[in-house]
Design a protein around this ligand. Structure first.
Ligand code: GLC
Length: 484
């Protein structure tokens, strides 16, 4: 019997530690007051634009990944079977011919503003290492005077983008890839690259890794000093991380967390030091060391997905407006209906929505990106108050109704309309009731709406005139006060 107990308790112990190992480390809130304040503001913006743009757009292929020698669907090289180094050579030459003569970021910025977006995050450098800013650390940059666009007055592309968006009143964020597949200090040509990681043994060649850290530090410092006010440093390539997480995070980086079998290398680029440096130039900067759960991940970034439930830390879903992050000819765009529903769903769960577009090689967005943004803007123009500066509120979502709460205590019930669906005669939900005497009205209409409490829930009556008013995508009903 004792033996059985012992066996059982050690089995339980094992299960416990296995669970602990797979647990995602807790969110670490920033201690810097200015960062806290900026994060609070950022969470009011709700809607932003992510832009993936680089020399790769000339081929209309996936950004960077085709030079990564992993055998995955998105890393495939064309023509299939082409020798690896022949391919990389051709790929890197794309920098020379990249010539976006129709580059006009003020057009993107206006479209983003009209859509109701409040910030932009732009790829200053993706994993391929091609810089879309005028770095002094490498010649592999769009502003190289020997390259097609290098002598153009707009060749410091990132600067032009940030300035154009700020001019429209939007906030600016720099996407920056920590891995750099062009750098000799990340993929040293003495060895063949095998996967996305650094391709030499960091413990055996510490000076090379030190040089890579310095390179990264210098590039980020350039971005923090020469590009005006930046609100977010959005760092991609989460596999570049220390093997052991910061002690404050109280967690080892487990294999489960990175999706890999073993963490082979200690790819520590001193993110604490980089963040501290960045904030001396940009006080209160929000640093997003994506997926490296710890003090430098000021918010978390679910990718191409919406969490099932509200999360108890700041978060932002990044998602493509079409299928790809980067430009693909004839890419298939998500419908306006789907995008608005996503936005409402995300905001009701307390998150932000960072929606991506991929400009083409000439610098223009697909027409569909513009029509989509105009349509979202038309909806936001009426319904923005139900989105911006809101918090999540229980029951978050009940069937087709999502909820958001304003700082003054009022609540919005947002009813998601299917494509071509008319506003129904009644809108009912559970889990929330208006306070006695509360005023209910639909955004975009003046009528006062009547309601009745129905067993822990509410049924709102919609007058026939409003049903026929032609509302699309979603309607927001403001409830001036809710019963506690
Ligand atoms: C994915 C892609 C990467 C892209 C990122 C944006 O991780 O692989 O290329 O930059 O999403 O969130």
């Amino acid at each position: 019997m004792r033996k059985l107990c012992l066996l059982l308790s050690s089995a339980l112990l094992l299960m416990g530690s296995a669970r602990a190992q797979h647990q995602i480390p807790p969110y670490i809130p920033p201690t810097d007051k200015a960062v806290q304040a900026n994060l609070e503001q950022w969470s009011d913006w709700k809607f932003g634009m992510l832009i993936h743009w680089g020399a790769y757009s000339q081929w209309g292929i996936v950004e960077s990944w085709s030079i990564c020698p992993e055998d995955e669907g998105w890393t495939q090289r064309q023509p299939y079977g082409i020798p690896y180094y022949d391919y990389v050579k051709k790929y890197e030459e794309l920098g020379k011919t990249f010539n976006p003569t129709k580059f006009d970021p003020s057009k993107w910025a206006k479209a983003a503003k009209d859509a109701g977006m409040k910030y932009v995050v732009f790829t200053t450098k993706h994993h391929d290492g091609f810089c879309m800013f005028d770095t002094k650390q490498t010649d592999y940059k769009v502003s190289n005077p020997n390259y097609a666009f290098g002598k153009d007055a707009r060749s410091n592309i990132a600067k032009e983008v940030f300035e154009a968006f700020r001019k429209e009143g939007l906030h600016a964020g720099a996407y920056f890839s920590k891995p750099d597949w062009h750098s000799q200090d990340y993929w040293w040509s003495y060895f063949p690259p095998k996967d996305r990681h650094v391709n030499y043994d960091v413990s055996k060649y510490p000076d090379r890794w030190k040089a890579f850290r310095q390179y990264t530090y210098n590039q980020i410092e350039e971005l923090m000093t020469g590009y005006g006010k930046l609100d977010i440093l959005w760092l991609d390539g989460g596999w570049v991380r220390p093997r052991k997480q910061d002690k404050k995070a109280a967690a080892d980086i487990t294999a489960a967390e990175t999706g890999e079998k073993v963490i082979k290398q200690d790819e520590d680029i001193d993110m604490d030091g980089i963040a501290a440096m960045a904030r001396t130039h940009q006080p209160g900067l929000i640093v997003v060391d994506r997926e490296v759960h710890g003090p430098n991940e000021n918010y978390r970034t679910p990718e191409q997905q919406i969490p099932d439930k509200p999360l108890d830390y700041p978060w932002e879903t990044c998602m493509t407006m079409a299928n790809s992050w980067s430009y693909v000819p004839n890419d298939h765009y998500k419908s306006v209906n789907v995008l608005i529903h996503n936005l409402v769903d995300i905001v009701a769960k307390g998150g932000n929505y960072l929606l991506n577009v991929g400009p083409g090689p000439d610098g223009q967005l697909h027409d569909e990106a513009y029509t989509t943004m105009t349509a979202i803007g038309a909806w936001m123009h009426i319904n923005g108050d139900a989105i911006y500066a809101t918090k999540s509120v229980a029951p978050y979502k009940d069937g087709k109704v999502c909820f958001t709460r304003k700082r003054d205590g009022s609540v919005y019930a947002i009813y998601l309309l299917d494509k071509d669906e008319q506003v129904p005669a009644t809108i009912a939900f559970k889990g929330l009731t208006p306070a006695k005497g509360a005023k209910l009205e639909m955004l975009g209409a003046k009528d006062k709406l009547s309601w009745k409490a129905t067993g822990g829930g509410t049924t709102i009556t919609i007058p026939a005139t409003l049903q026929k008013k032609g509302f699309q995508h979603a309607v927001a009903i403001r409830i001036s006060a809710v019963a506690s």
